[in-house]
Design a protein around this ligand. Structure first.
Ligand code: UT7
Length: 307
């Protein structure tokens, strides 16, 4: 049993900070940021809580889904590292907002691997026969935990939420998840503080671990690279995506990107990208995708999903 995407939604703040705005805050330039990261802008949420973004993305995903009603959703899983409320969980708030009264709900924290970990969790429940349909939401207000005086990290991050409705389909799943807690110091955020990152170490880890993860999923699925329509990678840095494409020997056109517009939105980046592709018709029925996330923990994972 694997997952099929049958609806998507996103919520991105209206306020946009371009690179020139950041150059007024720290010693940097539009040219440096574009060249080293591919990022031109990021969306910043000043007013709404993260839960409001998550609810909007979830409602849009349910609206776009013609096959199901909210009562058909068996699980709602929200992934986030940057949302304000301790309780109730954002997933329970979404349940109330959309009327998914038959769902069990919880939030999980796996940083930029969050969406892939949440998806894999849903697939495990589907294979146990516990659920048939799930709603997965990634939401981040990274601007609230970004050190806006640190030019080596603040240029990367943005806010937003993305959601996907997933239904079980009769096809073998393929997934992997790994962590290396002994390297947790590479990317931290102490209580009440801001993100502290060794960018070069994260970069090296990503370009090594993501191709390995994708190859493991291809092997499990016995899927030839030619049969993959798109690789949907966590949107952290254009150079990371390009390096992964090169190491896999796959054309860069199979690696859609939107980080120029949104920067790195951690666990929201994969579902925001899925929503863009889904809405503009780039994911016709039968499309075969491999998603891959990586980030703090350290954590990384990949999975097969169809449309
Ligand atoms: O979701 C996972 C989260 N994290 C990531 O994905 C981060 C992955 N890493 C990266 O994206 C990159 O490492 C960065 C974009 C963070 C940094 O790029 P880099 O090519 O690794 O730059 P660097 O740290 O090697 O710095 C090169 C130079 C340094 O100056 P010197 O020592 O060569 O004189 C930095 O001080 O660039 C300087 N620098 C900057 N200059 C202008 C660092 N940040 C900036 C900046 N503007 N914003």
């Amino acid at each position: 049993m694997t997952g099929r995407i049958i609806g998507t939604g996103a919520s991105c703040p209206e306020l946009v900070w371009d690179n020139n705005k950041l150059a007024e805050m720290v010693e940097t330039s539009d040219e440096w940021i574009r060249e080293r990261t591919g990022i031109a802008r990021r969306h910043i949420e000043k007013d709404r809580a993260a839960s409001a973004m998550a609810i909007e993305a979830a409602k849009k995903a349910m609206d776009s889904c013609k096959e199901l009603d909210a009562e058909d959703i068996g699980a709602i899983i929200v992934c986030s590292i940057a949302q304000e409320e301790v309780l109730p969980s954002v997933s329970c708030q979404i349940q109330a907002a959309i009327g998914a009264k038959n769902a069990f709900c919880f939030d999980l924290k796996a940083a930029c691997s969050g969406f892939v970990f949440a998806y894999n969790t849903c697939i495990a429940y589907m294979n146990m026969g516990l659920i048939k349909n799930a709603l997965i939401v990634g939401v981040e207000k990274l601007s609230s935990i970004t050190d806006w005086t640190d030019r080596s990290s603040c240029i990367l991050f943005g806010d937003g939420a993305g959601a996907a409705v997933i239904t079980a389909c009769e096809e073998d799943s393929a997934m992997m998840m790994k962590c290396d807690g002994s390297r947790g110091d590479v990317l931290t955020c102490p209580a009440g503080s801001t993100l502290i990152m060794d960018g070069q170490e994260v970069f090296k880890f990503a370009v090594r671990s993501v191709p390995e993860a994708i190859n493991e999923v291809l092997d499990q699925k016995k899927l030839a690279k030619e049969d993959v329509d798109y690789y949907i990678l966590h949107q952290a840095n254009r150079r990371i995506v390009e390096s992964v494409a090169k190491r896999l020997g796959e054309p860069i056109e199979k690696f859609p990107m939107n980080l120029e517009e949104y920067g790195n939105t951690s666990s929201a980046s994969i579902p925001i990208l899925l929503d863009e592709l889904y809405r503009c018709g780039k994911l016709p029925k039968g499309s075969r995708l491999i998603m891959a996330g990586f980030g703090a923990g350290l954590s990384w994972g990949a999975s097969y999903v169809t449309v």
